[in-house]
Every structure is written in C-alpha cells, then in structure tokens.
Design a protein around this ligand. Structure first.
Ligand code: AMP
Length: 394
C-alpha cells in the first residue's frame, strides 16, 4: 500500500465523538483534532489544527444530531478541511473486544455482528463506538475501517488474573476481568520500549490517571494484571466513579434504599468518585485549587486507593522496577505524583522533587532502587499506528 492520504481516528463516547486526522505515510503529527460534544443535548463541534488554532466551530439545537448524524457532520467537516487529500482509512476506538479480539482487526459486516454481540458487556459504551462504524460502512463501504480495542492489551494476563471466584458457567458466559485503558498502556509501553528498553522489559506499574483511572502491571511489555475488571467501574477512585466497592453495597442500595438499577448505574458512573466525595467537582484542578476540607478528603482517598493498589500489583508482579505516570493527572499534577510516591517509599522509590516539578521523563533520584517516570499517553496516535499497519499489510 503506497497511496498517500489521511487516516481518520474516531473515539466515540456516550455523548461525544472525538476525532483526529493524521497523514497516512509517516508516524507524523496530527493534522486536525476535534470533537462533537453534547450529542443529544445541544451538540457543539470544534476542530483545531496542529498549532491548536480553531479552524471550524458549529452548534446545533438540542436533539438535532444523534451519533449517526454527528458522524456524517465529522465526515463532511473532514472532507472540507482536507480539500483534495483522500481519506485512506478509519481507525476506531472500541471499548470491548471480549476474549476473542486480542489485536486490532479490519472491520467487515461479520466483525460488526461479533462486536454487536458484545454490547451486553459494555452497554453504555459499545453501541456508541459502533454507531460511526455502521454509518461509514453505509456511506463509504469501500474504505477500510480498523477496530482497536481497550481490552486487547490485557489478553496476555494469566487466566488466574482474569477470573472472578464465581460459578464456572458465569465465567464461561463472559463474566470475567477484562481490563481497560489498553490503548493507553500499549502506547506507553511501546514508547518505553523505544526509549528505555531495559526498563520496559522489567516489572512496571503504569498509572493511567485521568477522568477514568486505572493501574496496569506489565512484565516484558505485556499486561499481567490491572485494577479494572469486568467494567471500567472497578479499581481506583475516578472523576465520577467510585472504583472498587464491596458488592454488598449494591445489595444494600437495592434492598434497603429501593434504588432502581438505573439509579444505581447513575450513582456508580456519574455521581461518585472525586465528585461524590468532595461534593465540589470531578476535576482534579478544581479540587487542588479549593480550600474546602472535602476537596482535600477526596484527593486523600484518591491517593490512598492508588497506593494500596500499587501494593497489590507489586505482589502480582513479584517486585517492581519502575512506576510510570500518564494521562491528565498523571502527566500534569506534580502534587498527586509526590503524594502517591511518598506512600510507595517502602517499595524503594525516592522522588526527586525538582524533576517531579519539571514534569518530564525520569522523576526519581538516580540512586532510587525503583525508578519513577512520566510518559505522556496518546491513544489516538496508537490507533493511527495500528490503522497504518493494517493498511500496509492489506
Ligand atoms: P484526562 O481524562 O486524561 O483528560 O484527564 C483529566 C483530569 O486531569 C482532570 O481531573 C483534570 O483536572 C486533570 N488535570 C489536567 N491538567 C492538570 C493539572 N495541570 N493539574 C492537575 N490536574 C490536571
């Protein structure tokens, strides 16, 4: 495949579709990046060029666009911005690949029905991921589409790390630990394999700390355990998600409070985590800027859970060589990194406060037994790379 043109990466969520457009030929910088947010409640499109300048903006009345309509708008905007440069392929973020999809796959109608069958495992995300796939299959069936999965990176985990202690028939039905944020861990691991190969081949704990947050333990660049399980609700405290809960809490909410499934779902996905504990915000910057005690308490719980889970993953790995921070909080919040690493001193990690403030590369002292690092993630670029590889091999 020698044709040059562009690769469009789509990352569709429940109320937004983010996109990024790359040159096909090189692993170069993004040409345009944008999103349509607030789908269904006042859609708003914004597109920026590589320099961050807004090059397109548009708003629609409340319910004027669904996910199919939003995809059509993105395709039209993309075409206008790219002028005569052709789109060669689309790369999609797809949250769930089940146990079958262990790597990106080229989409055809059979694959679409296999991915549709996984909707019950991720009912809030998978249908939205698949809506643009269907829209493009109808509008431009000749264009290759590649699905890249959030779960695929974790399929290297030992079976033991993927199982719940539930009756076997439930495990066979798919009630098991999948792990998420895989595209981010994949990107960070590959970046480290290029820059710090010895470290990347060792035992790492990677902390993806953004609105969603999880930890992944890797050995030899492969996932061996993760804090997220059956859904992206498990594990750490997140912006609006509680993380690990005693399942008895759910029984209590249903039995004693008479809460419906949808009310519990709303509580767990949208009203808990940093937002629920602080009562102020899900956003770490707002909490750090707040003088309210509840903001401090929310941050303390966020850090405490991470430190405990690092201990658990250290045990799963049989020791740790490095701890890596990524995503919005992991990359930008020196105070949170310092608090987490203070709780990990027992592991043999000593923070270098100046490097931590500088916010790049290695942030531990040279003589620290366990090293600590910042590696910025880029899930869209990972998808673009996979899409390029799929084109090259077709
Ligand atoms: P993400 O989901 O990766 O975009 O990360 C979003 C989270 O990163 C939010 O909680 C933001 O408040 C947080 N974040 C971004 N920049 C900073 C910063 N400079 N300091 C603290 N938190 C930040």
């Amino acid at each position: 495949m020698t044709e040059t043109g562009c690769i469009v990466v789509l990352n569709a969520g429940s109320s937004s579709i983010k996109f990024a457009i790359y040159e096909s030929g090189t692993d170069g910088d993004v040409l345009f990046r944008g999103q349509i947010e607030r789908i269904g409640v006042g859609p708003h499109l914004e597109v920026r060029d590589a320099a961050g300048k807004v090059v397109a903006e548009r708003k629609w009345p409340n319910d004027a666009l669904d996910h199919h309509g939003a995809t059509a708008e993105i395709l039209a905007q993309g075409q206008a911005l790219l002028a005569s440069r052709p789109v060669l392929a689309f790369g999609h973020r797809v949250v769930h690949g089940g146990t079958k999809f262990v790597a990106p796959v080229r989409i055809d109608r059979t694959i679409v029905s296999e991915l549709d069958a996984l909707v019950p495992l991720a009912p809030l995300h998978q249908p939205h991921n698949l809506a643009p796939v269907a829209a493009i299959l109808n509008a431009a069936p000749h264009l290759p589409q590649i699905a890249c999965f959030d779960t695929a990176f974790h399929r290297t985990q030992p079976l033991l790390a993927q199982e719940f202690a539930l009756p076997r028939e439930l495990t066979a039905e798919g009630v098991r630990r999948y792990g998420f944020h895989g595209l981010s861990y994949d990107f960070v691991t590959k970046r480290l394999l290029g820059t710090q190969p010895a470290l990347a081949q060792g035992r790492l704990i990677i902390a993806h700390l953004g609105n969603g947050a999880s930890l992944c333990a890797t050995k030899d660049g492969r996932s061996v355990a993760s804090t997220m399980g059956f859904t992206a609700l498990d594990g750490l405290v997140m912006g609006t998600r509680a993380g690990t809960l005693d399942p008895g809490v759910l029984l209590y909410l249903a039995q004693q409070r008479g809460m419906s499934f949808s009310a519990i779902e709303d509580l767990l996905y949208r009203k808990s985590g940093l937002l629920g504990v602080s009562g102020i915000s899900s956003d770490m910057r707002t909490l750090r800027a707040s003088a309210e005690r509840s903001a401090r308490e929310a941050i303390d719980l966020f850090v405490y859970r991470i430190v405990r889970e690092i201990g658990s993953l250290a045990a799963a790995l049989g020791g740790v060589d490095g701890i890596v921070f990524t995503a919005g909080i992991g990359e930008n919040d020196a105070a949170t990194r310092a608090e987490i690493l203070a709780g990990c001193r027992w592991l043999g990690v000593t923070l270098d406060p100046e490097r931590n403030r500088a916010g790049e590369g290695r942030i531990s002292m040279d003589n620290s037994t366990v090293s600590a690092w910042i590696v910025p993630t880029d899930e869209e670029r990972m998808i673009a790379q996979y899409t390029r590889s799929a084109l090259a091999s077709s």
